[in-house]
Design a protein around this ligand. Sequence first.
Ligand code: SF4
Length: 277
Amino acid sequence: MTTAAPPRAPALSPSRAADFRRCALLYRFRAVDRLPETPSPAALRGTVVHAVLERLHDLEPGARSGDAARALAHEVLDALEPDDRALLGRDPGVDALLARYLDLEDPRAVTSEARELLVEAELDDGTPLRGVLDRLDTGPGGLTVIDYKSGSAPPVRGELRALFGVRFYALLLARARGVVPTVRLLQLGDATTLTLRPTADELGRFAGVLRAVWAAILRAAPTGDFRPNPGPGCAFCAFRDRCPAQGGTLPPYPGPPPAQGTAVLLPLPRPRSGEPT
Ligand code: SF4
């Protein structure tokens, strides 16, 4: 007999915090209503690549060859549901992303402490944070958070969004472990990397941003006052038919989350739709 896992307390994750900053109603649809989304091919491809790289780094270092990566890719693709497999088409594009990954680093030389690591921490005022790290490496330079991105390096206007994730992970580790890590984004779309170690001042300012986001969510949650914020991102939004700003019909608010419940803010391990990760 299996026992259901106890519910996690609400917490702020990088994806949902970014959603709220982009559009509070988008946040509501994903985190409170928890509406299903059909993944885009790019998002699904990213999910497959993440699964392959997690398994690759679970192997002994000497076994992490290109052939092993490609064999794992076939395993992961074969395990997909038929609809998901069809979504990726005849050429899923996974091998090309793995080839670029192998251009960026030699997996046999990597020393990682954990893969798909759930980390939780609180800010001084109790704002709860939660995130899942793709990989946490250890080495002479300290801790390095590795974040795989299946898209290309962000254009200038996308850089702020990328930096949001970098700062979130750095702050999360700093609060959980007491050390500021380096954060490295591996952009598999064009085989580039972005490596940063935010300063203490930067993290202090960023903590203020997250406190404000959390406070705004808590203010909106009792009544459901999550307002739409139309912008270019609406073109990728899966909820246009439910969005009043797009002429859609807003569904009834499912109600405030239980005080110790599961309804809001749980991080999704992987994005379910939209742009490439
Ligand atoms: S369509 Fe635009 S405004 Fe409406 S919920 Fe989606 S992102 Fe927000």
